[in-house]
Design a protein around this ligand. Structure first.
Ligand code: GSH
Length: 257
């Protein structure tokens, strides 16, 4: 399926979720010293809810993909939590090991944000059902993208991905990283102000320059001269690139077996 059709479906998914995970207007008070670890399935609606909050808090997180049929991180997660359930958050800064997306979201708010966030049952029901619809939009001929493991080589070091949860072009890249069970440091790159909105080409013409309004946007502006996601760095090969299709081709050529 073409990149544009994929992006259009992901745009609908983002709209269903009210563009949660697109902007970080209330970032974390502090960044954790050691990266948070999330045992995650990209297509899982509950994992999506957690990733949205991580984007909004502008927190980086080590993603350890646990697609169905995979064992690279699934076995480790199952041993840690006592059962195979995702999302599973591990915070080595505090010793927290948490299951249940609602508990993880409350923990992130309490520990790094501006207080624990517990949704009302109605709000939670709405969030879960819209996240389920958003995940259903990941269906493509052959199954749900980002749900099931495929054979792949094991990298020595985790990859690095700049992305934010609602980004329509980043989603297929995160789905492929999940299927290939490639661990990656997710550097959340949510928008920090209204001048960040809109497609990069149009926005940069209108507002003149890429704006480094959040930590990782600043990093991209300084190191690459533009701010766009997804942006992949692979420390194993020295590769670094923009453009979701180029990243997908790279992952397939380098890691898929
Ligand atoms: N109430 C849990 C539900 C989590 C859940 O059902 N996760 C599914 C994936 S969407 C799961 O762990 N399935 C087991 C598996 O994938 O093996 C939460 O909110 O975190």
């Amino acid at each position: 399926m073409s990149t544009q059709v994929d992006a259009a479906l992901n745009l609908i998914a983002g709209t269903l979720r009210g563009w949660r995970g697109a902007a970080s207007f209330a970032p974390a008070r502090q960044s954790p010293e050691q990266p948070l670890k999330l045992y995650d399935i990209e297509a899982c609606p509950y994992c999506r809810l957690v990733r949205e909050v991580l984007s909004e808090l502008d927190l980086d997180v080590m993603i350890l993909p646990c697609p169905k049929g995979g064992s690279r991180y699934r076995d480790e997660a199952t041993a840690l939590a006592g059962r195979a359930q995702f999302p599973l958050l591990v915070d080595d800064n505090t010793g927290a090991v948490l299951l249940e997306s609602a508990d993880i979201i409350a923990y992130l708010g309490k520990t790094y944000g501006r207080g624990a966030r517990r949704s009302s049952p109605v709000r939670r029901g709405f969030d879960v059902s819209t996240a389920q619809l958003a995940s259903a939009l990941q269906w493509r001929p052959g199954g749900l993208r980002g749900m099931t493991a495929e054979p792949a080589a094991v990298p020595d070091q985790p990859l690095i991905l700049f992305s934010f949860e609602a980004s329509p072009y980043s989603k297929p890249v995160r789905a492929r990283l999940c299927e290939l069970q490639l661990p990656y440091l997710l550097r959340n790159t949510a928008k920090g102000t209204w001048t960040d909105m809109g497609p990069p080409l149009f926005r940069d013409r209108l507002f003149k320059a890429p704006q480094g309004t959040t930590r990782n946007r600043r990093w991209l502006a300084e190191h690459t001269g533009q701010v766009q996601v997804p942006y992949l760095i692979d420390p194993n090969t020295g590769a670094a690139m923009y453009e979701s299709q180029a990243i997908l081709d790279y992952l397939n050529q380098t890691y898929a077996r």
